[in-house]
Ligand binder design. Sequence first.
Ligand code: UDX
Ligand code: ADP
Length: 463
Amino acid sequence: MKITKICCIGAGYVGGPTMAVIAQNCPHIQVTVVDLNEQRIADWNDPNPENIPIYEPGLSEIVAEARGRNLFFSTNVDKAIDDAQMIFISVNTPTKTYGKGKGMAADLKYIELCARQIARVAKQNKIVVEKSTLPVRTAEAIKSILDNTGNGVQFQILSNPEFLAEGTAVADLLNPDRILIGGDTTLDGEEAINSLVDVYSNWVSKDRILTTNVWSSELSKLTANAFLAQRISSINAMSELCEKTGADINEVARAIGMDSRIGPKFLKASVGFGGSCFQKDILNLVYIAKSYGLNEVADYWEQVIIMNDHQKRRFSNKIVQTLYNTVADKKITFLGWAFKKDTNDTRESAAIYVADDLINEQAKISVFDPKVSKNKMLSDLDYLETRSREENVKSLNVFENAYEACKDAHAIAILTEWDEFTTYDWQKIYDSMHKPAFVFDGRNILNAKQLESIGFVYKGIGS
Ligand code: UDX
Ligand code: ADP
């Protein structure tokens, strides 16, 4: 099937950038991104492309180029499904907060709703592409819903997991390490796979497009995220040992990263990984392993999460201990709230958990983040349900200017590795703070020697 019309359900961090790049590189394909969230669609349609709801370097330019030409954002889900030959499902699959598998399994209610809606609306054969990260064998469930509730038309289900990382989404999409497409090993399945291969071939070379069976594709996504997160927990585990022994984690990371079998990437010790994927996917993997009775496999991967939680807690404990075992009524300034630089996404950001711990110790938290709004920060804290909204409002002060945020602070904590933090006038910041002035660098981005020569007490991770 030659694809000329694509619909994507879900205009989030995955659906939005992915479809923008497909539209940019396939001018002959009409791409419509739909979402139930009217505000989100209105924001994607904002006349000023700078105001689109997701911040990613380079994304607003692509949206400006393709929007209205062959890229459309709409709330009319039924029409977009009906029109399209190929439908991507990019809705959220959060960890379940209720019932069986609570706190571990992926919540598939949004996926199921999409499948039922596609089944109800579709009057012609369709290819349905799973883009959201899903537990293994979800495609089977989608297929069963489509076949049993549909109008007798044929559906092919493909798994096409997204490997983009936020903050580099556009670059990752334009120049992916690989594209993975899983499908049925039948003739119809292969035809569907080829239709999707043709879409990507418009800008990705064929040798980077892998095709597998559906289950391998689904499991590869979970495996990739588990391996990446495991590297971070491994280096973070070593960072604690470094702090006890006098070794320096940056030196250790450099030394092991030069081993070509290990490689240099994903070895940055930090306050702990965040983001919408790592924790969710590993918990999901743990749940799947347990459900097959593979307890050792489950325990092995769960340790990655346990280590990450420990690293976040260790960071807040270190702040309290260093500040003479009390932070009550002290102003502690966070530079950064996003889970990594170059994104406005805060899901599972370490900053949320560190703030929560310190507020429990009655600290007053001030925050500056170049891209995250005050409302977002407050709703992140509210989501933990540790205290009332009023109490969170009283404990969290959000600033538009980093120097203002740091004024009269007892300590500064770096929670996100935004580049601009390294270029600040640290002497000016020092002069405006209470003494001794502490810096807790949760990302090891600042120049320790320079800060110490100004007079700061500097504490990085793993040294
Ligand atoms: C991740 C995967 O990289 C991506 O392939 C998948 O599609 C989705 O999940 P993402 O969560 O967007 O992407 O960002 P990533 O760059 O992987 O960073 C995740 C977290 O790990 C961030 O909090 C980051 O700061 C942290 N991190 C990363 C470290 O602490 N140290 C590192 O060395 C690398
Ligand atoms: P991701 O990071 O996976 O892209 P997001 O939460 O950013 O996740 O985006 C998922 C989007 O999917 C949200 O904007 C949500 O409103 C949308 N969504 C969820 N269920 C449906 C549905 N049944 N129909 C249309 N949109 C949906």
